[in-house]
Design a binder for this molecule. Structure first.
Ligand code: FAD
Length: 392
């Protein structure tokens, strides 16, 4: 793309987004839909699909054009993730945690870090994700124990991370550590690094999962891992928690979009099946009990999509959106869980079969209630903001 996004009119931008989304649809129909079921059941990393995602520029979807990315607005990115997740949710994870890392560098990195890393992230030459969670803490991130100590021009890092998406296939991670483990408040001692694999950075094991297969989730161990001081994101210690929070804004919109995609897929499968399957001499959608489920499922999808677009558009405008993103993530992930269970009920025994897509949707959906801040935490954020906005 030669023209920069800033010089485009809204109509031109909408048209450009439409072309990108159309090409994503074609890619999904040709290269993902026919193989997703088998790759997922075999828990096989989709190497060929990843190569095509690179060609399409998806690893640079939200990276600014000046650094070689597509420069998509979060609201367009959300539509793209919905489409991908309606076909195979695992693919969205391969690009999302990578793009969270890129988003953190874009928002909080130094100019040198942006110039050195964003173009390589955009092509997919350098891929990775976000390393926050540790064996003893996920929600309470300020309790992390991974420590970085300054040593000359380097920092030396020791500790471990778990559940890291792209941990095996990726080679660079936005790594949250403590540079001052005694700091109070605790977040003031937290710092984030761009950590590329090298001596002392080990993948200790791949984690087996209920769903979300085909994509690697791994435990990472750091033993006297040396990282040059210029890889400290933003160049100043103590801002790691702020970096993580800025990345999770995009992450929550992404997880919410995945929820819409999974909920939509469950609805689509159910609308189709309920017209094909007959009991007592009529298609099952003519039984009121099934029709009611279809109506509830469709309503959930539409409501979730509207909430996601509301949050993503706030992010487009650069506004604070934890309230909107929290609601979108909460509602859309629960919609995915409810719709996938309803789809399974509508499919009867076939819903429990590994030959039908709904079985996968049912296994994929619960992750959305956990990742990028559990839904319990989203409720806490929403309530807190509600009180802040309405003081008495
Ligand atoms: C497939 C998968 C992929 C993942 N990918 C990544 C990744 O790429 N990078 C990464 O860093 N992490 C990743 N995670 C980790 C994920 O972000 C954490 O699992 C999540 O944040 C929850 O943390 P936890 O598992 O430690 O649960 P805990 O924090 O131990 O929470 C346990 C329960 O207690 C509740 N709870 C905790 N604190 C409170 C509170 N204050 N009030 C009310 N309820 C509370 C939680 O909601 C939850 O129900 C991944 C996880 C999975 C399963």
């Amino acid at each position: 793309m030669s023209e920069t996004t800033t010089s485009m009119t809204d109509a031109e931008r909408d048209e450009q987004d439409r072309l990108i989304l159309d090409s994503v649809d074609r890619f999904l129909d040709r290269h993902v839909r026919p193989v997703a079921l088998k790759l997922e059941h075999d828990d096989t990393y989709p190497d060929e699909i990843v190569e095509r995602m690179k060609e399409l520029g998806l690893f640079g979807a939200t990276i600014p054009e000046e650094y070689g990315g597509l420069g998509l607005r979060p609201s367009t990115y959300a539509k793209m993730i919905e489409r991908i997740s309606s076909v195979w949710m695992s693919l969205s994870g391969i690009i999302n945690s990578h793009l969270i890392m890129a988003f953190i560098v874009t928002k909080t990195g130094t100019e040198e870090q942006k110039a050195a890393f964003l173009p390589r992230f955009a092509t997919g030459e350098l891929r990775g994700g976000l390393a926050l969670t540790e064996p003893d803490c996920g929600t309470d991130l300020q309790a992390i124990r991974t420590v970085a100590k300054r040593d000359g021009d380097d920092y030396v890092i020791n500790g471990s991370k778990t559940w890291i998406t792209n941990g095996i296939q990726g080679s660079c991670f936005a790594l949250l550590v403590k540079t001052d483990p005694t700091a109070q408040p605790r977040h003031k001692g937290m710092t984030m690094f761009l950590a590329e694999k090298g001596p002392g950075f080990k993948v200790s094991r791949k984690l087996e999962k209920l769903g979300y297969k085909g994509i690697d989730s791994a435990e990472l161990v750091f033993e006297d891992y040396r990282v040059p001081a210029d890889r400290l994101i933003g160049g100043v210690e103590g801002r790691g928690m702020a970096c993580a929070i800025s990345g999770l804004e995009l992450g929550r919109v992404n997880v919410a979009s995945r929820g819409v995609g999974v909920a939509q897929a469950a609805l689509d499968e159910s609308v189709k099946y309920s017209q094909q399957r007959k009991t007592f001499g009529k298609p099952i959608h003519e039984h009121q009990a099934v029709a009611m489920k279809l109506a509830d499922m469709a309503t959930r999808v539409s409501a979730a999509r509207l909430l996601v677009q509301q949050a993503a558009k706030a992010l487009d405008r650069g506004e604070r959106c934890d309230y909107e993103a929290g609601m979108a993530k909460l509602f859309a992930s629960e919609a995915a869980v409810e719709n996938s269970l309803d789809a399974m009920r509508i499919h009867g025994g076939y819903g429990y079969s590994k030959e039908f897509v709904v079985e996968r949707l049912y296994r994929d959906a619960p992750l959305l209630c956990i990742g990028e801040g559990t839904n319990e935490i989203q409720r806490i954020i929403i309530a807190k903001r509600l009180i802040e906005q309405n003081p008495v």
